[in-house]
Design a protein around this ligand. Structure first.
Ligand SMILES: *[C@@H]1O[C@H](CO)[C@@H](O)[C@H](O)[C@H]1NC(C)=O
Ligand SMILES: *[C@@H]1O[C@H](CO)[C@@H](O)[C@H](O)[C@H]1NC(C)=O
Ligand SMILES: *[C@@H]1O[C@H](CO)[C@@H](O)[C@H](O)[C@H]1NC(C)=O
Ligand SMILES: *[C@@H]1O[C@H](CO)[C@@H](O)[C@H](O)[C@H]1NC(C)=O
Ligand SMILES: *[C@@H]1O[C@H](CO)[C@@H](O)[C@H](O)[C@H]1NC(C)=O
Length: 768
């Protein structure tokens, strides 16, 4: 039969890394006190087609050394076992194109289902004619049509430390003269299978006589509570109450994660059931399934897969014995690096620390720039909390992401008549803080930002959508002083426009507040002044020499020439740049990197990068849909000095974890998180399928960055209540206000890139 041998080993070597045995003494609340197992469903199926060689090999090189490879067994007409989740082949292969019109309808456990079934094809046909496709839309489709279906033997050939075979549908296969039990009995004799699971009691009982219990564990898999188990005709919900009976033939159970931490109608996580503790009392292991970084339901997890895993095995009350996941690297990291007893939240001595700087507080969790967002940022360990200062029409300074109140407040409900377009501030129309009095602003409610709602439907913490209080700048300063943050960052926007057109003195107001709250005198909390306007930075340099000035360069640059940087050094000590100036991304794949960070640092300037988010749609596939991998890349590969993030928890947790690749004694680490090799996943795409790369980014140009001096503040008076002054035209800000909300195209544009490529792999003849 034709089989593919893939030439990925050499590619993978560069990203593989040493895995070490975990330290022996741990307080895991699993049945046996061992660390939870990471079970990779079809390998790294979150990136590559399920059970393909890419998927399986990547799961092994990028996860814990004892990662279990999980294969969902299906049988072909000639009783060959293949690894696919669905009985039907159309979701995961190109069979619709290869055998058009050959779909059938069958009765499977009382339900009529339609499609192309493995039982209708000889294995030779399937292996020779079909190629796999990614069945989940949020995952890369660029590998579609390049990889063959995997036989059970192919997965075993990769030599996983542990192997898990799941099998179902005994009755359906029997109608096609096939037997799952017979297949399993034969397989158990011929290969080392560590786990066999099934949702059918008949299958498990049928093979239990031929299982060496010391070698192979039998696991009963629960389907949805309302579905009926074929052997007993009871629902799985009822069987969940009959664990002692299950213990008679199984050593463990595999349940959807919602059996343990249910999700309510409101999509918040409800209190845990007693299932894990009940099962453990009986000596039954519990494995939880359904984990995927790109499908995190439960707002409590803030789209952070690590938080979700920790809820299952580091909650202080119980721990599941393993997690079945499409993204085994994240699960591996959660086990090895992030449990409370391995990561105490303290920096490790001798390790380079990048500052964790909030972006409008923890604005991923709560409405930005509110007391709730700032308190959360501090609780999450942010080193620096930030306030972007805006002014009301009557000159009250307060914290808010942008002068335009449309995204951060409910302003549209009451003041839509004040909508204006002010090209000096932003290109889109808005309702601006400087057109509303402070009393008017206080009638508004804060509003959480949802940057990925329109493109991907991902909402943030809706129960707190309009919660929290706005903070004036003096309130923010008093708050910061009272808390143990090591610094504050004050971001100043539109100062020239406000002075010349609105008669509002932004720099004067901010300085007065800083002096009044004695930030100019203290040395315990560092003040950072951030602006995209060099004249604002000059003002603060003259007045407060101890403050650190941060210049925002918000246009994406591909290079930072020395002379431009020398010019910038006259104004700033730090340059804040967007992620896209460091790593180039095409269709969610990293495709290249710039030298910008190294160049800036070589000029003795520091680099902050913005803005980090948890949601998988903000991440390149190379990070396996997990934000800490991106942070790892910026901190330990590029060595940036600060991370500006809407989710300080994710960044701080990485900074204090024992798995950083830069640590002094990597051999003593339980696991090493290695930043992805930039461009590796794209290298694995067949040449014909590669999308065109974007044109190179322009270099940093000092002329674009340096601004004219701040204009004088024009007089406005009560006779001019509209606040519109006839002052000199404000200088156009050097860097256009960019909407950093979404550096990525909508997900759909990626999904439509559906390439069908053949013969990417080296095909060899294998007499099977
Ligand atoms: C397969 O595709 C059908 C629709 O074509 C869908 O209803 C089903 O959920 C898919 N199954 C899987 C396992 O993705
Ligand atoms: C199963 O085997 C029986 C007897 O050998 C045969 O009559 C029947 O047609 C077969 N069914 C299928 C679906 O192959
Ligand atoms: C999840 O968040 C909701 C809303 O904040 C809260 O009521 C609930 O207790 C949280 N669930 C868990 C398990 O902490
Ligand atoms: C100055 O600070 C004090 C508290 O230290 C506060 O009560 C007062 O309102 C502040 N004044 C100004 C102008 O910010
Ligand atoms: C950077 O600073 C170091 C030490 O302060 C100095 O030796 C070096 O010349 C500086 N480099 C540049 C490019 O200014």
């Amino acid at each position: 039969m034709l089989k593919c041998v893939l030439v990925i080993a050499s590619l993978i070597i560069t990203s593989s890394f040493a895995q070490h045995n975990l330290p022996p003494k741990e307080q895991w609340l699993t049945l046996r006190g061992e660390e939870p197992l990471v079970i990779a469903r079809g390998g790294l199926s979150g990136v590559f087609p399920e059970s393909s060689p890419f998927a399986n090999q990547m799961a092994l090189v990028s996860g814990l050394h004892n990662t279990v490879l999980y294969c969902n067994l299906q049988l072909t007409k000639d009783a060959v076992g293949i690894c696919l989740t669905d009985l039907r082949l159309q979701n995961s292969t190109n069979i619709e194109d290869v055998f058009p019109g050959e779909h059938k309808s069958y009765n499977v456990n009382g339900k009529i289902i339609k499609g192309w079934f493995s039982v209708d094809y000889m294995s030779r046909t399937l292996f020779n004619k079909l190629l796999m496709i990614q069945s989940v839309l949020s995952r890369p489709s660029l590998y579609d049509g390049t990889l063959p279906i995997a036989a059970v033997e192919d997965v075993m050939g990769i030599k996983p430390t542990q192997f898990w075979l799941n099998a179902e549908h005994e009755a359906f296969y029997a109608e096609h003269n096939l037997s799952v039990s017979l297949y399993l009995q034969k397989a158990l004799r011929m290969m080392r299978i560590n786990f066999v699971s099934s949702s059918e009691i008949g299958i498990l009982k049928g093979i239990s006589g031929s299982v060496n219990k010391a070698r192979t564990k039998l696991v009963f898999r629960f389907l949805e509570a309302t579905e009926i188990e074929p052997t007993t005709k009871k629902t799985y919900g009822v069987l969940a109450q009959e664990l002692p009976m299950i213990k008679t033939f199984a050593s463990g159970i595999l349940v959807r994660k919602e059996y343990i931490w249910p999700i309510g109608q409101d999509k918040y996580v409800q209190p845990a059931t007693t299932l894990v503790m009940d099962a453990h009392k009986l000596g039954l292991e519990v494995y939880a399934s359904g984990f995927a970084n790109d499908a995190i339901v439960g707002y409590n997890y803030s789209y952070d897969p690590i938080r979700e895993y920790l809820q299952y095995f580091d909650n202080g009350h119980f721990a599941v014995d393993g997690v079945l996941t499409d993204f085994s690297p994240a699960a591996s990291q959660a086990v090895a690096c992030y449990s409370s007893f391995r990561n105490n939240g303290k920096p490790q001595p001798g390790l380079e620390q990048a500052l964790v700087i909030s972006s409008n507080g923890a604005s991923g969790d709560f409405p930005g720039s509110t007391d709730l967002a700032y308190q959360r940022a501090i609780d999450d360990g942010a080193d620096v909390i930030d306030c972007s200062v805006q002014l009301s029409k009557d000159g009250v300074p307060f914290c808010m992401d942008m002068a335009d109140l449309l995204t951060g407040t409910t302003v549209v409900t009451s003041f839509s008549a004040r909508t204006t377009t002010i090209p000096e501030v932003q290109s889109e129309a808005g309702i601006f803080s400087f057109d509303l009095t402070w009393a008017e602003i206080l009638t508004l409610k804060p509003q959480i930002t949802n940057p990925f709602m329109a493109s991907s439907g991902l909402a943030r913490n809706p129960a707190f959508k309009n919660k929290g209080k706005f903070m004036t700048l003096p309130e923010f300063l008093e708050f910061a002083k009272a808390k143990a943050v090591s610094g504050i960052m004050i971001n100043i926007q539109n100062a020239a426009y406000l002075a010349s057109k609105k008669g509002l003195d932004m720099v004067g107001t901010v300085s007065t507040a800083l002096i009044n709250s004695t930030f100019d005198k203290q040395s315990t909390q560092q003040v950072f002044i951030r602006s995209d306007d060099t004249s604002v930075l000059s003002f603060f340099k003259a007045k407060f020499p101890n403050f650190i000035r941060v210049l925002t360069v918000d246009t994406k640059i591909g290079d930072a020439p020395k002379d431009a940087l020398e010019e910038i050094k006259r104004y700033a000590e730090v340059v804040a740049i967007p992620r896209g100036s460091i790593i180039e991304i095409t269709n969610y794949f990293t495709t290249g990197l710039t030298k910008v960070v190294a160049e800036i640092k070589a000029s003795n300037l520091s680099v902050f990068v913005y803005v980090m988010r948890n949601e998988y749609v903000s991440l390149a596939f190379d990070y396996y849909s997990e934000a800490s991998m991106e942070i790892s890349t910026f901190v330990d590969y590029f060595h940036v000095d600060g991370i500006i993030t809407e989710f300080p928890n994710t960044a701080k947790r990485y900074m204090t974890c024992p798995c950083r690749p830069t640590q002094l004694n990597p051999n003593g680490a339980p696991y090493i998180i290695v930043p992805p090799e930039i461009g590796l996943l794209m290298k694995m795409v067949a040449p014909e399928a590669k999308p065109p790369t974007d044109p190179p980014l322009p270099p940093l140009d000092a002329d674009d960055v340096i601004d004219p001096p701040l204009p004088a503040v024009v007089e406005t008076s009560a006779t001019n209540p509209s606040g519109v002054a006839d002052g000199p035209a404000a200088a156009t800000p050097s860097a256009a206000v960019s909407n950093v909300a979404n550096l990525f195209p909508s997900l759909l544009s990626v999904v439509v890139l559906n390439f069908f490529i053949s013969h990417f792999c080296i095909v060899i003849i294998n007499t099977h």
